[in-house]
Design a protein around this ligand. Structure first.
Ligand code: HEC
Length: 215
C-alpha cells in the first residue's frame, strides 16, 4: 500500500517512478532516505517516514527549483493577466436534478474542465505575446497594439469589415493582423495556433455582451 501510493504520487510529479533508486543513509540518529530520479540529477533527502503527499510535495518542490521554466501554464498566468473561466460550482449544489445532463459531475470534473479550458487560453496568450511563435518577420507581436487583447472586440463578430470587403469572423481579422502588421506565418483557420489565439481573445472579453455587427 505504501509503495503503491508513493508510486502514484511520484507519477504526479513527472518523475519516472520505476527508475527511482533509494539510498538509505544514516545521519546521526535520524534516518534519511535519498531519492534519485531517472535523469540522475534530482536528488532529495527526506526523513525515512515521509510518504504519500509529503514525499510528493518535497520532490515537486525540488523539481520546480531545478526546472524553473517547465511549468508554462503557471508562468504565463503570472506574466500576463488572464480572466478566469466561468465558475461552475453551482452544478455541484444540487441545483441540477437527477437525470440532468450535468447531474452526475464531481468537483474533479469541474477542475478538469477548468484546467483544460485555461490551458488553451494560456497557450493563446503565449502566442499573442510572442513575435517568434507568430513567425513575425518584423519582430511584432499582437500585444504591441492590443495590450491584454484590448480593441479586439470579439463580441462584435460576425461583422462587415471594409479591409476585407466582406463579412468577417473573428479569425478572419486575426488573420488580417497576422498578414499585415505582424507579417507572420500564414495560419489555416483550424491551425492549433489560430484556435488558441481565438480562445485567448474571447476569454479576455468574458462578461461582455455579444453584439454582432457592431462597429
Ligand atoms: C501594429 C499594430 C497591430 C498589431 C501588431 C496587431 N494589430 Fe490587430 N488591429 C490593428 C488595427 C489598426 C486594427 C483595426 C482594424 C480596423 O478595424 O480597421 C486591428 C484590428 C484587430 C481585430 C479586430 C478588432 C475589431 O474592432 O473588430 C482583431 C481581432 C485583431 N486586430 C487581432 C490581432 C491579433 C490576434 C494580432 C496578433 C496576431 C494583432 N491584432 C496584431 C493593429 C494591430
Amino acid at each position: 500500500m505504501y509503495i503503491k501510493s508513493t508510486v502514484a504520487e511520484l507519477m504526479n510529479v513527472l518523475l519516472c517512478a520505476t527508475c527511482i533508486s533509494v539510498v538509505l543513509m544514516i545521519t546521526g540518529c535520524s534516518e534519511e532516505v535519498e531519492y534519485t530520479t531517472c535523469d540522475g540529477r534530482n536528488k532529495v533527502k527526506v526523513a525515512e517516514e515521509t510518504e504519500g503527499q509529503d514525499l510528493a510535495d518535497t520532490l515537486m518542490a525540488q523539481w520546480k527549483r531545478e526546472n524553473p521554466n517547465r511549468n508554462w501554464v503557471e508562468e504565463e498566468k503570472e506574466r500576463h493577466e488572464l480572466k478566469p473561466p466561468a465558475d461552475n460550482s453551482s452544478l455541484l449544489k444540487g441545483e441540477q436534478g437527477e437525470g440532468h445532463i450535468y447531474g452526475n459531475y464531481t468537483e474533479k470534473d469541474l477542475l478538469m474542465w477548468q484546467r483544460e479550458t485555461e490551458k488553451l487560453v494560456v497557450e493563446g496568450s503565449r502566442i499573442f505575446h510572442s513575435a517568434q511563435l507568430l513567425g513575425s518577420q518584423v519582430s511584432v507581436s499582437c500585444d504591441m497594439c492590443h495590450p491584454h487583447a484590448a480593441n479586439t472586440h470579439p463580441e462584435t463578430y460576425p461583422k462587415f469589415q471594409t479591409q476585407l470587403g466582406r463579412v468577417a469572423l473573428l479569425r478572419d481579422m486575426i488573420h488580417w493582423c497576422i498578414d499585415n502588421p505582424v507579417r507572420g506565418e500564414h495560419l489555416a483557420p483550424d491551425d492549433p495556433r489560430m484556435r488558441a489565439l481565438e480562445a485567448y481573445i474571447m476569454a479576455q472579453r468574458s462578461g461582455t455582451m455579444m453584439n454582432y455587427g457592431k462597429h
